[in-house]
Design a protein around this ligand. Structure first.
Ligand code: IFM
Length: 441
């Protein structure tokens, strides 16, 4: 028995385990003919990213991918959830294709299959080509067409070998975190930009789903992130604020993608800023899903504040925290697995598509905190299955330490330690614990 307290036999037959990464966070984006992205621009702007770090080299996965796939296979994982970079395929976002980029993803996918791994593709994990940002990026309705074209080009090349595919990782981050909170590229703090981005992300999701279905691809889903919203106090005002936070974060995209409707409480604040005729797009956004992926990390305490809509502020409570300052709250995962099934997805297969923690790891100290974190969340997942939740797999974020966006390389989420000077990879105790747990006897 591993420190995780389970073996494969403790899970339903066919339950899948995986690891996840994303292109800009690991590949080394200055290499291989990729175009500039809005993350390069964001990071080059003082004050946006710790030490102004960017993804120029990252983990150099572009050259070291065979070693990385070997690590995934040796860990006993079934799924590799990876993403392709739009700017690596189309350096200007549209027009000329970077053949080297398509060749890379082609080789990478064959490398997964050769090792018995199931390729789970994400089409967009945040690195928008700068040339498209110049045109308004997610604020511009045309992005749905540009994204569908990119989807078509990439999937004509590798779509035939995907085990699964999803258009956009964590729509809330692309819309709200990046256009309302300004915490990620393009770093805007503007409600009109936010409303448009929140709508065009959904529309782009729908158009990409249509493009993939037209190519005959199957097992297509959506990957949303969820944060457990708890009121800071028992006051009715804080309870209402937590409910609205929940709507913005957890129900906006689920509502659109699964029911073709935005939640009424959020619409009250955002509708004045949505593009005219948004209602006519809802049928496109609501495409049939084969599964829903849930990314879950933490909870947040929400208080009512005065001032402009949405009248709320975010706080951290008393639970133990990760290196990100995020409270460790496994109950939230339990909540969302049931919440999704009861309110949106019914019998649709669910996957935990990201879960994990940042920890200030050094190569020689066992990351027991991460083992504890994973065990606590996996216990919740197993309990949900016992209650009838159709959870079919669990994917850890992340295979290895990588570029944690505005927090640079300091926050370590990996099962594998990366020395960012030598780029040497060293499996951590958590990797070994999973390897033991997942071993097929
Ligand atoms: O590193 C990110 C990832 O890109 C998206 N989901 C959350 C992770 C941890 O912050």
């Amino acid at each position: 028995m591993s420190g995780l307290g389970f073996t494969r036999a403790d899970w339903p037959e066919g339950f899948l385990f995986g690891v996840a990464t994303s292109a800009y966070q690991i590949e080394g984006h200055a290499q291989g003919g990729a175009g500039r992205t809005h993350w390069d621009d964001f990071a080059a702007t003082p004050g946006n990213v710790v030490r102004a770090e960017n993804g120029a080299l990252a983990c150099d996965h572009l050259n070291r991918w065979p070693e990385d796939l070997d690590l995934i296979a040796a860990g006993g994982f079934d799924i590799y959830r990876f993403s392709a970079s739009w700017a690596r395929v189309l350096p200007e976002g549209r027009g000329a294709v970077n053949a080297e980029g398509l060749d890379f993803y082609d080789r990478l996918v064959d490398g997964m299959l050769a090792r018995g791994l199931k390729p789970a593709l994400t089409l967009y994990h945040w690195e928008l080509p700068s040339a498209l940002n110049d045109l308004g990026g997610w604020r511009n309705r045309d992005i749905a067409g540009w994204f569908a074209d990119y989807t078509d080009i990439l999937c004509r090349r590798i779509g035939d070998r995907m085990w699964s595919a999803a258009p956009i990782n964590e729509p809330w981050c692309v819309g709200w975190l990046s256009h309302f909170m300004g915490a990620q590229a393009p770093g805007l703090r503007d409600i009109r930009a936010t409303a448009r981005a929140m709508h065009h992300v959904g529309l782009s999701h729908g158009r990409a789903m249509q493009a993939m279905r037209a190519l005959g691809m199957g097992n297509l889903g959506a990957v949303c992130n969820f944060e457990y919203a708890l009121p800071l106090t028992d006051s009715p005002e804080d309870k209402a604020a937590a409910q609205l936070y929940d709507g913005i974060y957890n129900r906006w995209f689920l509502g659109a993608m699964c029911k073709g409707a935005y939640p009424a409480d959020v619409l009250q604040g955002l509708e004045p800023h949505l593009p005219t005729g948004w209602q006519e797009d809802m049928a496109t956004i609501r495409q049939p899903l084969d599964w829903l992926g849930l990314n879950y990390y933490t909870c947040k305490r929400i208080a009512h504040t005065k001032g402009a809509w949405p009248h709320l502020s975010e706080h951290v409570g008393d639970l133990p925290q990760t290196q990100m300052g995020w409270e460790i709250c496994p109950e939230g995962l339990s909540h969302f697995l049931r919440f999704a099934r009861e309110n949106y997805t019914g019998d649709l297969p669910l996957y935990v598509t990201e879960n994990g923690m940042a920890n200030p790891d050094t190569p020689d100290v066992p990351d027991t905190a991460r083992i504890d974190y994973l065990r606590a969340h996996l216990d919740m997942a197993r309990a949900a299955i016992a209650d009838g939740v159709p959870l079919k797999g669990y994917i850890v974020w992340s295979l290895m330490d990588n570029y944690e966006w505005s927090l640079g390389y300091e926050k370590r989420f990996g099962l594998v330690h990366v020395d960012f000077d030598s780029l040497q990879r060293r499996p951590k105790a958590s990797y070994q614990a999973l390897q033991t747990a997942l071993a097929r006897t």
